[in-house]
Design a protein around this ligand. Structure first.
Ligand code: ATP
Ligand code: NI
Length: 358
C-alpha cells in the first residue's frame, strides 16, 4: 500500500523531468567534522516548472542550488544521483560540466560572480556571451535575442549600445540576468533574486518569472525568503529544515493546508512579520555537524511526540498529494500504523524555558 503512495512523481509522468535529484548529500569540511548542509534531498522538475525553495537562514538552500550546477566551493563534497535531461551530471568530467553550465544551466546569484567589462558596450557583452556557445551566430540574431531579454528585464532597447557605467546599480543587476537568460538555459537556479533586485517591485519579478516560463520554457528553482513571491510564481514549493526537505508539493496545497509543523510555523511567522524575515520561530536551527537525533525539528516542534526524539521520520505522501516527513502527519493520515501509545505520547522536554527561570 505504501509503495503506491511513495512512487516517485517522475514515474507517474509522461514528460520526463529536466532535473532529477535523488538523495543528494552535500557536506563541508570543518574542524569539528563535516557540516551536513544537504542531507538526503530528492526532487525533480519538469519543463517550464517553477519550484520554490524556502526555509530559515542556514538550512542549505544555496548549497543545494550551487550543488545542482556544479558550483560548490573547494572543500565541499557531494553525492547522490543528479540527472539533467536524463544525463548523469555527477559523472561528467569537470570540463564538460562547465560547458553545460554556460549553455544549458544558469544561475542568477545573490552576488553576481561575473563582472561587466567597463570597456565593452552592452551589445558586445551579448556578442561575447552568445558566441562562446553558438560560434556561427550572426550580428542580427544576436541583437534580436539580446533585445528580447532586455525587454523582459525592463531595459529599453535604446540602451543596447551603452556602456555599463551608464547604468544604475539595479539596472546592471538586471543586465546580468539578461546575459544569463540570453542563452535560453533549460534550467535556472535563482538564489534570492529579490534582494539583488530590490529596485524591482514584487509584481515585476513575478511577471519576469512567468515570461521566462512562457517564452523559454525554463525550469526554475527559486530560492527566496519571500513567501509572497513563492505563492504567486511557483507551481510547487519545497520547505527545507536543517539540510532536509520536510514538505514538498503543490504550492497551493502547501500554503492552504500545510502538513508539517515547521511549515505551519514558517507561514505563521511570515504572516506576522510580512517581509522582514523568517527568524522568529521560537528557538534556533540546529548545529549541522551534530543535528538532533530523531526528527531534526523535534526540539522546536509544538507537536513533538516521544517517537520524534528517537526515530527519524520518513517522507510519505499525504492525501492532498504533498510529501511530508513528519511523525505527527503520518499519525494523522494513517501512515504510521505501528506506533505504540508511548511513541505517540507528547514529548516531555528536559529544558526549562526562559519564562520558567524568570
Ligand atoms: N563554504 C562553506 N564552508 C563551510 N560551511 C558552509 C559553507 N557554506 C555554507 N556553509 C554552511 O552550510 C549550511 C548551509 O548554508 P547555506 O548557505 O546553503 O544556507 P541557506 O539556506 O542558503 O541560508 P541563507 O538563507 O542565509 O542564504 C550553513 O550551516 C552554513 O554555515
Ligand atoms: Ni542562501
Amino acid at each position: 500500500m505504501t509503495e503506491l503512495y511513495d512512487a516517485p512523481v517522475a514515474a507517474r509522468d509522461d514528460n520526463a523531468p529536466v532535473i532529477d535529484a535523488q538523495d543528494i548529500r552535500i557536506w563541508y569540511g570543518s574542524e569539528r567534522g563535516p557540516v551536513k548542509a544537504v542531507d538526503g534531498v530528492s526532487f525533480s522538475l519538469r519543463k517550464g516548472e517553477i519550484l520554490g525553495l524556502v526555509g530559515e537562514s542556514g538550512c542549505g538552500k544555496s548549497t543545494i542550488g550551487r550543488g545542482l550546477l556544479g558550483l560548490l566551493p573547494p572543500g565541499a563534497e557531494m553525492d547522490g544521483a543528479l540527472r539533467f535531461k536524463g544525463e548523469d551530471l555527477l559523472a561528467l568530467p569537470k570540463k564538460e560540466m562547465f560547458a553545460k553550465r554556460g549553455a544549458e544551466l544558469g544561475m542568477i546569484f545573490q552576488e553576481p560572480l561575473t563582472r561587466l567589462n567597463p570597456l565593452m558596450r552592452i551589445s558586445e557583452h551579448f556578442e561575447e556571451t552568445l558566441r562562446t556557445h553558438e560560434k556561427s551566430i550572426g550580428k542580427e540574431e544576436i541583437q534580436r535575442r539580446a533585445l528580447e531579454v532586455l525587454r523582459l528585464m525592463g531595459i529599453p532597447p535604446t540602451r543596447y549600445r551603452s556602456y555599463p557605467h551608464e547604468f544604475s546599480g539595479g539596472m546592471r543587476q538586471r543586465l546580468m540576468i539578461a546575459l544569463a537568460l540570453v542563452l535560453r538555459p533549460a534550467f535556472v537556479v535563482a538564489d534570492e533574486p529579490t534582494t539583488a533586485l530590490d529596485v524591482l517591485v514584487e509584481a515585476q519579478i513575478i511577471r519576469i518569472l512567468h515570461s521566462l516560463r512562457s517564452e523559454f520554457e525554463t525550469s526554475l528553482l527559486l530560492i527566496t525568503h519571500n513567501l509572497g513571491i513563492i505563492a504567486e510564481a511557483c507551481d510547487r514549493v519545497a520547505v527545507m529544515y536543517a539540510g532536509e526537505i520536510v514538505e514538498i508539493g503543490d504550492a497551493r496545497e502547501v500554503f492552504s493546508d500545510p502538513q508539517h509543523p515547521y511549515t505551519r510555523e514558517l507561514l505563521r511567522s511570515t504572516i506576522s512579520l510580512s517581509t522582514t524575515g523568517l527568524n522568529f520561530i521560537p528557538g534556533a536551527p540546529p548545529d549541522l555537524v551534530n543535528p538532533p537525533t530523531g526528527c531534526h525539528f523535534h526540539p522546536r516542534c509544538p507537536d513533538a511526540m516521544n517517537i520524534c526524539a528517537t526515530r527519524h521520520p520518513v517522507q510519505h505522501a499525504m492525501p492532498n498529494g504533498t510529501r511530508v516527513q513528519c511523525w505527527a502527519a503520518d499519525l494523522a493520515h494513517g501512515r504510521a500504523p505501528d506506533l505504540t501509545e508511548d511513541d505517540t505520547a507528547p514529548l516531555v522536554r528536559e529544558e526549562i524555558s526562559v519564562a520558567d527561570e524568570a
